[in-house]
Design a protein around this ligand. Structure first.
Ligand SMILES: CC(C)(COP(=O)(O)OP(=O)(O)OC[C@H]1O[C@@H](n2cnc3c(N)ncnc32)[C@H](O)[C@@H]1OP(=O)(O)O)[C@@H](O)C(=O)NCCC(=O)NCCS
Length: 173
């Protein structure tokens, strides 16, 4: 079988590449946007150092991607592969810049991550948690084969009150 060749991207295309430590300021700026924070576990005023340390410590076997449009990082996401007897599983996280939501970026990023999980890592199970009121995220996950397995009660404290989260997973048959 011939290896596929890479097509030249259009300058306006969204492209994906590995996140690198030098991306820390852009990624941190996205994590500090109010919409991104509302859907994730980020605190207000997360320091750039926090993002830098995280990016410098991504483990071998993990996948950490950024989506780039016209030279600007507009989303990040990836998979943390679990260890030992849970080595067939990975935990997925993702987030899109507040100004680029609802434009299909999250769907493309999900496809990119799932292709790596299915075709290169052969992961059986991908799991995630999502706040029960995050309708766009839940819609995206269900569309990509994730099912709700249960509800974590008072999973996180968010902007003055506790919020539940669904445990969702996708099993590769
Ligand atoms: C959740 C998130 C990743 C989705 O990415 P996105 O680029 O906005 O998503 P897309 O545009 O690809 O798709 C969103 C889908 O939700 C749907 N949607 C939007 N608002 C909705 C709503 N209120 N109820 C139900 N579905 C909704 C859209 O119609 C779209 O589905 P479609 O493609 O079938 O039309 C993004 O909004 C985000 O990063 N939010 C902040 C951080 C976060 O919540 N991360 C997830 C943590 S679990």
């Amino acid at each position: 079988m011939e290896p596929p060749s890479q097509k030249q991207p259009d300058p306006d295309d969204v492209i994906f590449r590995a996140a690198r430590p030098s991306d820390y300021e852009e990624i941190n700026a996205i994590a500090n946007l109010p919409g991104y924070r509302f859907g994730t576990l980020r605190l207000p005023h997360q320091s750039p150092e926090t993002a830098r340390k995280w990016l410098e410590n991504i483990a071998a076997g993990d996948v950490s991607l950024v989506a780039v449009k016209a030279g600007k990082i507009i989303a990040n996401g990836g998979l943390n592969r679990l260890l030992g007897r849970r080595g067939h599983a990975g935990s997925l996280g993702m987030g899109v810049h507040d100004d680029y939501r609802g434009q299909g970026v999250g769907s493309k990023l999900m496809r990119e991550i799932l292709t790596i999980a299915d075709s290169w890592l052969n992961l059986k199970r991908i799991e995630l948690t999502v706040y029960t009121d995050n309708a766009p995220a839940i819609a995206l996950y269900k569309r990509n084969g994730f099912e709700v397995e249960g509800t974590h009660k008072a999973f996180a404290f968010r902007d003055g009150s506790f919020i539940d989260a669904y445990a969702m997973a996708r099993i590769k048959e």
